[in-house]
Design a protein around this ligand. Sequence first.
Ligand SMILES: *Cc1c(COP(=O)(O)O)cnc(C)c1O
Length: 227
Amino acid sequence: MPLAQRLVEVRNRIATSAEACGRLASDVELVVITKNHEPQLVLDLIDLGERNFGENRDQEANPKSKWVAERSDEAITWHFVGQLQSNKVKSALEYATVIHSLDRQSLLSALIKSAIDAPKPVGVFVQLNLTEDAARGGIEPANLEHFANAVLESQNLYLLGVMGVAALDRDPRIDFETIAKASAQLQKISADSKYISAGMSHDFEAAIEFGATHLRIGTAITGNRSK
Ligand SMILES: *Cc1c(COP(=O)(O)O)cnc(C)c1O
């Protein structure tokens, strides 16, 4: 199936799911995850009307974003969705204006430091730990308020909301419900931090039911990765 057709299919499924739960499809933003694909794919997706792209490794994303910028004048938004090492923050902020994976205090400190010099304001999602294993990374829902306050006190980051990756070995609705509850808690202290980054190729319809506003969809659109 060609790229354009897969994209239309995903867009239709998003619209159908949104409508089924009384939401507007326009309130659900599609971020196409282009990791492990050649940069040309991003140009193809720009031609098809996409403007939001996500990557999970700075080593790949930084040169890709530059390659694209040299060939397209469209205003696009790069989203960083993977584990981000503190020593890669400066490089990531050369292109990314939305960080979905703020998962620890040391990364927050690095972001605050580098965002001062970033070309554009930097929006962040706090990534939640949805597992029972505290060592897995991510902010425990119980610690969200405390961590969110530290983000809110920073001068040059704005807190968009919460992000999560649902476990593969159980119904994703369990995790999406946890994320939705955490989002409601967060909105009590910051009404503007109302966005929810959740849902991937295999579970985005369930994520929409639970209020996801930013879907991170890769393979369902891009096909299998080349690398
Ligand atoms: C790769 C990735 C995605 C997209 O996954 P697909 O299953 O290809 O849709 C979403 N979120 C994160 C954090 C990723 O690393």
